[in-house]
Design a protein around this ligand. Structure first.
Ligand SMILES: [Zn+2]
Length: 354
């Protein structure tokens, strides 16, 4: 599986898609993202359904037209956010076998999210890759919760696929590859539940499979064994998506297991905090972090990275970037984010080179 065909072009795998959760990678426009070599973006269907509304996006020509972005877009179902919110605070909603009901903190507004509604929203947004609504858990949740999550995830995936096929049949589709539907494998840290979930989802049949659930244990250690086992359960000829992963080191570890599609908000969030990744001079995957707000960079004339070809490293010094952060200028976010995303696209290129 080296190339993924989507309505908005081919994606060479392995690939990293930055998170444009609310329809924007903060501080960057489409030209900035293209200059970084970003192959595609992940937007959050749940957030866009709240604002500006999926029908509004549809009336404006879809999420690509809205963002001025002509490359592939994955729509995250929003399941992760809802379940993490509801699980952390049951007052914010309930999960039934039929749907999730999310309530605002003041209790005045309720948002219902069923598998069918999630797919309808993602189709209205005009996604290239849709993701089934799933029931996300934490590995520390008890076995009864993990089991219920797997049963629900399989049932919801079946309903998502039926709605997806119904939706596609009703639409007049443009020539070229159709949108794709991915399913999410749940099961916490239990190998048998992961096996069951993967087997049932593969029997239904999807265009790609993702690792779902929180990938770290309570000690913040990566669940390497369960990630590797789950990856091995996925068909090798289909994309294997490590949802929400991750830091450069975590991404490298998962790529070595066989995952070939990634997304994470970490590089852009780190950039806004002045935490930047820089490859060591060896030319391999080794890297270090630069904390650009540190006073040591105040008089540094050198580039953030001598080997990086991004706008920030090509045109400005560490001292200037430090100054932009010190003065709180929006340009600090833009340059730092451009650099971290260029680091990730370079990292993925290096991973693809044997
Ligand atoms: Zn750079």
């Amino acid at each position: 599986m080296d190339v993924l065909h989507t309505p908005h072009g081919d994606v060479t795998l392995p690939a990293f898609f930055p998170d444009a959760t609310r329809g924007v990678v903060r501080g960057l426009d489409a030209a900035d993202l293209e200059a970084c070599g970003v192959p595609g973006l992940v937007v959050n269907a749940f957030h866009l359904a709240s604002r500006p509304g999926s029908r509004t996006v549809q009336s404006l020509g879809g999420v690509h037209a809205l963002m001025g972005w002509q490359h592939p877009v994955i729509t995250d179902s929003g399941g992760f956010q809802i379940f993490s919110l509801i699980r952390q605070n049951p007052k914010l909603g309930t999960i039934t076998n039929n749907e999730a009901i999310f309530r605002s903190a003041d209790g005045r507004k309720a948002q219902r999210l069923s598998p069918e509604k999630s797919i309808q929203t993602q189709l209205r947004l005009g996604a290239d890759i849709l993701v089934c609504l799933d029931d996300c858990t934490h590995p520390s949740d008890p076995l009864s919760v993990q089991t219920a999550s797997v049963v629900r995830t399989i049932e919801w995936a079946e309903r998502c696929k039926a709605e997806f096929e119904r939706g596609l049949a009703q639409r007049r589709r443009a020539p070229g590859p159709p949108p794709l539907l991915f399913a999410v494998v749940q099961g916490g840290a239990d190998p048998d539940l992961r096996r069951l979930c993967a087997k049932e989802l593969i029997a239904i049949g999807f265009d790609g499979y993702a690792f779902g659930g929180w990938p770290f244990d309570t000690g913040r250690r990566l669940l390497s064994d369960i990630l590797a086992l789950t990856c091995d359960l996925m068909p090798p000829e289909k994309p294997r998506y490590a949802l929400g992963i991750g830091s450069p080191a975590t991404l490298i570890a998962c790529a070595r297991m066989g995952y070939n599609l990634f997304d994470c908000s970490l590089p852009t969030r780190d950039a806004r905090r002045g935490r930047l990744y820089v490859f060591d001079s060896s030319g391999d995957l080794s890297y270090s972090r630069v904390y650009i707000r540190d006073a040591t960079h105040r008089r540094s004339r050198g580039a953030l990275s001598d080997t990086c070809d991004c706008l920030c490293c090509h045109s400005y010094s560490r001292a200037y970037l430090h100054h932009l952060f010190a003065t709180g200028d929006a340009l600090a976010w833009r340059l730092a984010t451009i650099h971290n995303l260029r680091f990730y696209t370079t990292l993925l290129t290096r991973l693809a080179t044997p």
